[in-house]
Ligand binder design. Structure first.
Ligand code: HAM
Length: 416
């Protein structure tokens, strides 16, 4: 019979790998707390209109990558392809702007995009991210960008490349869009059909092309920096100034527009040379118009999101975790099993130890072999003699030394 396999672009995380995931997740929670951000959890699926309206119908995500279906109640639903739109929906729905002027969220979540799977690109993937809703000031941009950067450096990642750009306010972009249109029209015959559609709807999207010959054409396109208002320029320069103060090196990339339509002003990505073609570790930017566009009160906001699978690739097996058991219970015979279960329970509850028990009724040699395999620090051995003397043997698996300890002294022994 054919076995059923996981769907292309999805994967199982088995226990050997999940300790690394747990390590990363612990680091995320700790790190976000250190900046005063609170965790938000939003549903795995939403009304499709939320993503159509926020990410934009001409983006790759909405036009070809969303998992969308109509349920039995005729609701048009989509598995979340990103989290920002959901956070904004929740922010508006719960009226959070009224309670606090500045709301700072972080999340760890599973996302779904029907992309062509390859190293670092999956159809179900995990992101962590932050959204700061309420401040229009450049120091908020600097905080967000530096959070992404310092999270990685704290984990020991090197060779990071921060790419940054300002795509300006809506007003700045009116003239720029026209300049882009004028620039691309002579190339109309050479552009892909997607770019021709984008030429009319949102020419900035063309700058996000993945097609090589279009990338060549773009090299000579007008740059947004020449169209920014004084206010936009001042904001961007202050962001760069704060980054320099924090010793964060950056490259200005005039054509970085990001793959989602809701951005304005500052946009950025952090890349790692270890990632290959899917080089973006994380990306984000300002989205000062999105809250109003989704029906809330006009509120400035900025955030970023980071792929966890890509972080794991970039960590390149450098994180060594100690998953070894503290104690392995070696029990021989029914009475020993009975007493062993109770001792294991006490050690977990009273001493917070990781205790593994045999469960397969193997012989003593095999149980000790298993203890070694699990790199247990101690083995507690209980056989008939030990039960008769109301004691156990505690073997230090590293030194090989062993001691006889009476039942009522075991907890004290480990507490010491
Ligand atoms: P994004 O650039 O679409 O932005 O995704 C952010 C990160 O998620 C990427 O840099 C990458 O590390 C990871 N990622 C994206 N797609 C995949 C995939 N198919 N497989 C594996 N990893 C992937 C956003 O999602 C925005 N919501 C970021 C943001 C937050 N902007 C403002 N606030």
């Amino acid at each position: 019979m054919d076995i059923i396999r996981a769907i292309k672009g999805t994967k199982d995380i088995l226990p050997e790998e999940s300790s690394l995931w747990q390590f990363i997740e612990r680091n995320i929670h700790r790190f976000m707390k250190s900046y005063g951000y609170g965790e938000i959890r939003t549903p795995k699926f939403e009304n499709s209109s939320l993503f159509n309206r926020s990410i934009g119908i001409n983006t790759d995500i909405v036009s070809k990558e969303m998992y969308t279906w109509t349920d039995q109640g005729e609701n048009n639903l989509t598995l979340k392809p990103e989290v920002t739109a959901s956070v904004v929906r929740a922010f508006i729905q719960h009226n959070l702007g009224k309670q606090k002027q500045l709301n700072k969220f972080y999340y760890i979540d599973s996302l779904f995009r029907r992309e062509r799977p390859q190293k670092g690109r999956y159809r179900q993937f995990e992101q962590f991210g932050v959204e700061a809703i309420g401040s229009k000031n450049p120091e908020q941009d600097a905080e967000i960008i530096s959070m992404a950067y310092f999270f990685y450096t704290k984990l020991g990642l090197e060779n990071l490349k921060l790419k940054i750009n300002s795509i300006g306010s809506k007003e700045s972009r009116i003239e720029y869009k026209q300049a882009l249109k004028d620039f691309f029209i002579p190339y109309k015959d050479k552009l892909t059909s997607t770019s021709i559609t984008r030429l009319n709807d949102n020419p900035l999207r063309i700058l996000d092309t993945k097609v090589d010959f279009e990338k060549e054409i773009i090299k000579n396109a007008p740059k947004i920096t020449d169209f920014l208002s004084l206010e936009d320029k001042d904001h961007f320069n202050k962001v760069l100034f704060y980054l320099e103060k924090l010793n964060i090196k950056y490259d200005i990339d005039h054509f970085l527009v990001r793959g989602l339509d809701y951005y304005c002003n500052t946009v950025f990505e952090i890349q790692s040379t270890l990632l290959g073609s899917q080089s973006a570790l994380c990306g984000g930017g300002r989205y000062d118009y999105l809250i109003e566009e989704l029906g809330g009160k006009s509120t400035p906001a900025i955030g970023f999101a980071a792929g966890i699978e890509r972080l794991i690739i970039a960590l390149d097996n450098k994180v060594i975790l100690d998953d070894s058991a503290d104690v392995y219970m070696v029990t021989l015979g029914d009475s020993a099993i009975d007493i062993g279960l109770k001792i294991a329970y006490d050690l977990r509850m009273m001493c917070n130890l990781n205790v593994t028990s045999d469960m397969l009724q193997k012989n003593m040699k095999s149980q000790l072999k298993e203890a070694n395999k699990l790199k247990a620090k101690h083995a507690i051995i209980i056989g008939e003699n030990e039960i008769a003397n109301k004691e156990v043997i505690i073997k230090n698996m590293l030194s090989g030394n062993q001691e006889n300890i009476s039942f009522n002294q075991i907890i004290n022994y480990f507490k010491k």
